[in-house]
Ligand binder design. Structure first.
Ligand SMILES: NC(=O)C1=CN([C@@H]2O[C@H](COP(=O)(O)OP(=O)(O)OC[C@H]3O[C@@H](n4cnc5c(N)ncnc54)[C@H](OP(=O)(O)O)[C@@H]3O)[C@@H](O)[C@H]2O)C=CC1
Ligand SMILES: O=C(O)C1=N[C@H](C(=O)O)C[C@H](O)C1
Length: 246
């Protein structure tokens, strides 16, 4: 049995993770932690793996605690850039724990990112539109930022320059945020869960890759896979694709 603690247990994702861990035959939910609880609960209850779905402002303190306490971590919380990943990688290396940071745990979203990475070199222009529920605190989504970075890297490796774009006059925000020179547009709408479109265009053709999470259960197989494997992967792993052989 893997002893699991959940950080952000009362949140939308945390509550769903608690149910999924409870229902997994090879896991035991030993600790639930929210903002008013002490992180030391994790060590007191001898958690082996902590799952973090909290807030970009909280996740770094949580991960430093887990590394110091020798607890592996599966992280879904957004807000990771290269600097944060470097810091977490250092903590994981020093302590010997495994840390999995996954921008998105839904299988279809992981495939979307991989397909986008493959397609990027073949098209002149690329843009990302992400659509989420209106309670989401950050924009753009971690998934969209990660997708844009993968596209930007693939374009650079293929020797493509910036998106050709004749816009010389635009209202602030009209062309979205730029991540790795890829425009990223964020929609926030009551009723949505998590959705993304990656659009590619060249002369005479476009390619649209779309993924929809209609329910938070879509993230659970990926989270449980992460919990099962993180202890066998010391150091930092970024992206669920590394555990899926794609
Ligand atoms: N990688 C993936 O597949 C997915 C990632 N996410 C990401 O997960 C994160 C959480 O999303 P969601 O569940 O919708 O958000 P919620 O706001 O519903 O949940 C966050 C929870 O974390 C709690 N919290 C805040 N600070 C701390 C802290 N220091 N220690 C412990 N708990 C804390 C909050 O408590 P309180 O409300 O009292 O502040 C709240 O219960 C976001 O960053 C989101 O982008 C979401 C879905 C999928
Ligand atoms: O806040 C959410 O809901 C989600 N957050 C993650 C992100 O920022 O990419 C993953 C998914 O899009 C749902």
């Amino acid at each position: 049995m893997i002893r699991v603690g959940v950080l952000g247990a009362n949140g939308r994702m945390g509550a769903t993770v608690c149910e999924a861990v409870d229902g997994a035959e090879d896991m035991e939910l030993v600790a639930t932690v929210d903002e008013s609880d002490s992180l030391s609960t994790l060590a007191e209850r001898e958690a082996e793996v902590a799952v973090d779905f909290t807030h970009p402002d909280a996740v770094m303190d949580n991960l430093r605690y887990c590394a110091e306490a020798g607890i592996h971590a599966v992280v879904g919380t957004s807000g990771f850039d290269e600097e944060r990943l470097g810091t977490v990688s250092g903590w994981a290396r020093e302590s010997g724990v495994g840390v999995l940071v996954a921008p998105n745990f839904a299988l279809g979203a992981v495939l979307t990112m991989r397909f986008a990475e493959l397609a990027a070199r073949y098209f002149d222009t690329a843009e990302v539109i992400e659509l989420h529920h209106n309670r989401k605190v950050d924009a753009p989504s971690g998934t969209a930022a990660h997708t844009a970075r993968l596209i930007g890297q693939a374009r650079a490796e293929a020797g493509l320059g910036a998106n050709p774009d004749a816009t010389t006059s635009a209202m602030p925000g009209a062309r979205g945020a730029e991540v790795a020179e890829v425009p990223v547009h964020s929609v926030r709408l009551a009723g949505l869960v998590a959705h993304q479109e990656v659009l590619f265009g060249s002369a005479g053709e476009t390619l649209t890759i779309r993924h929809d999470s209609m329910d938070r259960s879509s993230f659970m197989p990926g989270v449980l896979l992460g919990v099962r494997q993180v202890g066998t992967r010391p150091g930092l792993t970024v992206g669920l694709d590394k555990l899926m052989d794609i």
